[in-house]
Design a protein around this ligand. Structure first.
Ligand code: AMP
Length: 563
């Protein structure tokens, strides 16, 4: 099937041709004809990477009245990054159309510039929900002529606490509008929106519901916590051509892992919410242009990232909310390519793997952290491939030829090869000589206990065991904290727009501790229980007591032990 068979007009077809889009993706084949007819709500379960932006963007553009500068369409997206990407895509699709003006508005940027843009007039607004609410309340964003509202990554917007904003925006738009909802998962709240705001929506599911991407291989590596970083390095080293995203749980962990990798000579940078927007844009540009090979990111910062050809997503730790796994892994294997989603886990995370498998309806395979020999071999052959494909700039080389040959004439051909290879390769041999097998096995726990006195990382090892037990028995929330941990009660929960990852970040930022001192979290709507290492517990409690979340002062106290 071709795009023109779907009923798209000449101008859009020209835009698509310029982009090199030849065949519509499945979601485009299903959505475009239905949405072109108009006046139909739509619920599409689709991951990023399926081509959904063109799925809604093309019919939206075709049904927009060119030259009529009153907003007719709104696209809501969870983050500025995704919003800008959508706006860019729409501009590219409509390059040959006249009279289309797209304005994107988002939080964290100067509102007066955005007000000016809106006042100049436009027919499409791409927005993050919070900022659009602000602009509606200021009377600048006028919605009375809106024909359609797109909710992109609806589950993410709800996860991020935009529920009230979405309700407000949908209530402000005319009842005659149509609503097109895109979501990777059909969470309860997404269903609620579909129920409350849509009439007999057309439903599309691309792939199976919640499928973790057909072309993604999911693998996990089982290690002890203290070997997590070493495992990460081996995974990266054994894949010399990796172009990957590394996910950590908190902003601090993200920065720390990135700093450690940089210190060891890796080409990596960090992306998280503590960076200014300008810094984040710069990091993203570098990553897109492949000036960095690895990007360490938090879930929030990486939302909506659409970078083609990411080969590997590495879960340095699995996300606290396992639903986020789908969003992480969806960053690879885009546009029909293949990709790997890897998780470095400890024994206590095994139950999470089982739960994720249910969500993605796919099995993980257990992979072995490669031995030093395997890593060295793969680096060696990468080096040889590079030597073979090196381009020789004849003219420039000519100047040095004689001296170079003179200097090297003492070597035989074999010696010369050995010297050139050794120059770059020795550091791997050095690093990996005598390296241990760091795959965890049943016996490791015993060894770990015996080694306790000697272990440099004793504190972390102890905690790991503490969490091993707490995670397997405490999940039902029926027991107190394990030895070495204390439980803190705080009066914020999911209705405050927090998820577990967000709460960990909040605790770390406010009390100046690292993510690893935090154990299990149980979260209810209005309150949460946070397990923290005993030795840091007073400091954390004190910091939380004085803190403020979204203008609300926090109450924190040690939870009473359960009977
Ligand atoms: P999306 O799911 O909208 O984020 O799209 C994922 C990627 O696929 C983007 O880089 C698009 O540019 C690309 N893409 C979307 N539709 C097509 C198509 N029909 N042919 C080729 N590439 C596409």
């Amino acid at each position: 099937m071709t795009f023109s068979e779907l009923g798209l007009n000449e101008e859009l077809l020209m835009g698509l041709e310029a982009l090199g889009f030849e065949t519509p993706t499945p979601i485009q084949q299903e959505a475009i004809p239905v949405l072109l007819e108009g006046e139909r709500d739509l619920v599409a379960l689709a991951q990023t990477g399926t081509g959904k932006t063109a799925g809604f963007g093309l019919p939206m553009l075709q049904n927009t009245e060119p030259g009529y500068m009153k907003p007719q369409s709104i696209v809501l997206s969870p983050t500025r990054e995704l919003g800008n990407q959508i706006a860019d895509d729409l501009r590219n699709f409509s390059k040959s159309m006249k009279g289309i003006k797209i304005v994107s508005v988002y939080g964290g940027a100067n509102i007066s510039t955005q007000i000016k843009e809106l006042k100049k007039g436009c027919n499409i607004i791409v927005a993050t929900p919070g900022r659009l609410v602000d602009l509606i309340k200021r009377g600048v964003a006028k919605l009375e002529e809106i024909d359609r509202v797109v909710l992109d990554e609806a589950d993410e917007m709800l996860n991020m606490g935009f529920k009230d904003d979405l309700d407000f925006i949908l209530d402000q738009t005319p009842p005659t509008k149509t609503t097109w909802l895109f979501s990777a998962t059909m969470a309860k709240e997404v269903e609620r929106i579909a129920r409350n705001y849509m009439a007999d929506p057309f439903k599309i599911t691309v792939g199976r519901q919640n499928e973790g991407g057909k072309n993604i291989d999911h693998k996990f590596y089982l290690v002890q916590n203290r070997h997590r970083f070493a495992a990460l390095k081996r995974i990266v080293d054994v894949n010399p051509d990796i172009f990957g995203l590394i996910f950590c749980r908190t902003k601090r962990d993200t920065q720390e892992i990135s700093d450690r990798l940089i210190a060891e000579g890796y080409n990596v940078d960090a992306l998280h919410g503590d960076l200014s927007q300008h810094q984040r844009d710069r990091v993203m540009d570098k990553f897109r242009e492949r000036k960095i090979q690895l990007l360490c990111a938090t879930d929030v910062a990486a939302r909506g990232i659409d970078v083609n050809d990411i080969t590997h997503v590495i879960n340095y730790e699995l996300p606290e909310d396992i639903e986020s796994y789908t969003h992480r892994s969806g960053r690879t294997a885009r546009a029909g390519k293949k990709g790997e989603s890897l998780a470095i886990i400890t024994d206590r995370d095994k139950y999470k793997i089982k739960r994720i498998e249910k969500i993605i309806q796919k099995k993980f395979t257990q992979a072995k952290v490669p031995s030093g020999d395997v890593v060295c071999e793969s680096q060696l052959f990468k080096l040889i491939a590079e030597v073979k494909s090196a381009q020789i700039i004849e003219q420039e080389f000519e100047k040095y030829r004689e001296r170079v040959f003179d200097e090297l004439q003492e070597f035989s051909r074999e010696e010369l090869i050995e010297h050139f290879i050794s120059k770059d390769f020795n550091r791997f041999i050095e690093y990996y000589k005598d390296s241990d097998d760091i795959n965890a096995s049943g016996r490791d726990r015993g060894n770990d206990r015996r080694d306790r006195g000697r272990d440099r990382d004793r504190r972390r090892g102890d905690r790991d065991r503490g969490r091993d037990r707490s995670s397997s028995r405490d999940r039902g929330g029926r027991r107190g904290a394990e030895a070495g941990f204390k439980t803190i009660f705080v009066n914020v929960g999911s209705s405050d727009g927090l998820n577990k990852g967000g709460l960990i970040d909040f605790v770390c930022t406010n009390s100046d501790v690292k993510g690893r001192v935090i154990g299990q979290i149980r979260m209810n709507e209005k309150f949460s229980f946070i397990e923290v290492e005993e030795r840091s517990s007073d400091k954390i409690l004190k910091a939380l007591q004085g803190s403020n979340h979204d203008g609300r002062s926090l109450r924190a106290e040690f939870a009473k032990p359960r009977k």
